[in-house]
Write a protein that binds this ligand. Structure first.
Ligand SMILES: Cc1ncc(COP(=O)(O)O)c(C=O)c1O
Length: 354
């Protein structure tokens, strides 16, 4: 009988999805940049009044309630918004929609690895432009590729800082293809390039409720663009893609941004608590506009990450990225989790097992 491997699409043979999941719920998860400062109160508020007896019904096909709420939030029309099952779905849809086999997909590197994965799935030709040693972006290099689809993360994961907005603006304005600007972490630093995206003819602003809004488990993401772009994206979105409960919670989370802003303030304070303590353990800690710190570890790069994990603390190993040998990424968390991290790191680095 033909094996499953043989049945698989030939063009997918070299494609593997980056894997993030850690199933151990007791682990301290400082590896995926979720909001560790608790769940958004919108979840319980909506649960109190939500009509669960209507769960037999499909939600609205295109998440109309949430689109309307997002439109009023951002001062745009509902026709300029698309909602996804996490912003990951939007990234997938954009590649599906705009990449023909062999079309150039361009992104700086290091950056969020899923952009490249989706472009590969849809058989794009991947062109990556390595950032400068100071993690800066060269807009000329990117524009010169005339790529069909470009992905820019602002601020950038994993380098943690904003690119020069003027450089990003040039890419938005001068790239002939579609530019996806992923602002997943923008809420942590108050950056907002939506006006620039809307001024550009063919750009998409991708956002998520998984980070500052603290509802990663509900999988709500969205993107804003001109109506012509959104219309195209929408025809490749799964109908009913976001479940009704998640939609209601995401809309409520926008009604009460105080919680989000408070957790951002707490996160910033804890980020500044962690920084000098890591430095005194010999880490090189980079500036951050996000809810994580990128650091170069004093020694034992990948094995330090593995040893820490066996001690119950997960951080992200960035060793395989260009420029980031022996670097790790640590999500900012409430103080007790950071103290546990620091204690374990202290032991491992002072000659304990690694
Ligand atoms: C830069 C960036 N974009 C998008 C995502 C995906 O977020 P979600 O699918 O949860 O909305 C992540 C998650 O880590 C991310 O770091």
């Amino acid at each position: 009988m033909t094996s499953i491997g043989e049945l698989k699409r030939k063009t997918l043979e070299a494609v593997t999805r980056p894997s993030y999941s850690i199933s151990n719920r007791d682990m301290i998860l400082l590896n995926d940049n979720a909001n560790l400062f608790g769940v958004n109160p919108a979840v319980l508020e909506v649960a109190e009044t939500f009509d669960f007896t209507r769960m037999w019904a499909y939600p609205s096909e295109n998440s109309d309630t949430l689109r309307a709420r997002l439109a009023s939030e951002y001062g745009i029309s509902p026709e300029e918004v698309i909602v996804g099952n996490g912003s990951d779905e939007i990234l997938d849809i954009a590649s599906k929609c705009f990449i023909n086999p062999g079309d150039i997909f361009c992104s700086p590197t290091p950056t969020f690895s899923m952009y490249k994965y989706y472009a590969r799935l849809h058989m794009g030709r991947i062109v990556e432009k390595t950032l400068g040693p100071d993690f800066s972006i060269d807009p000329d290099q990117i524009i010169a590729e005339s790529s069909k689809l470009t992905a820019i993360c602002q601020p950038n994961n994993p380098t943690a800082v904003l690119f020069d907005p003027a450089a990003v603006r040039r890419i938005l304005r001068e790239s002939p293809g579609i530019v996806m600007l992923d602002e997943a972490y923008a809420d942590f630093c108050g950056s907002n390039m939506l006006p620039d995206v809307m001024n550009a003819e063919r750009a998409i602003d991708v956002r998520t409720f998984s980070k500052a809004y603290g509802i990663a488990g509900l999988r709500a993401g969205f993107a804003i663009s001109r109506k012509e772009v959104v219309d195209e994206l929408r025809s490749f979105r799964t109908p009913f893609g976001l479940n009704a409960f998640s939609e209601a919670v995401a809309a409520r989370a926008l009604d009460n941004k105080a919680w989000m802003m408070e957790t951002v303030a707490k996160m910033k304070a804890e980020r500044e608590y962690l920084r000098p303590r890591l430095e005194s353990l010999g880490f090189k800690v980079y500036p951050s506009d996000c809810n994580f710190l990128l650091c170069k570890v004093p020694r034992y790069g990948p094995s330090l990450v593995a040893s820490l994990r066996s001690e119950g603390v997960a951080i992200r190993d960035c060793n395989s990225y260009p420029l980031l040998q022996d670097h790790v990424r640590i999500t900012i968390a409430p103080r007790p989790m950071l103290d546990t991290l620091l204690e374990k790191l202290g032991k491992l680095l002072s000659g304990g097992q690694t």
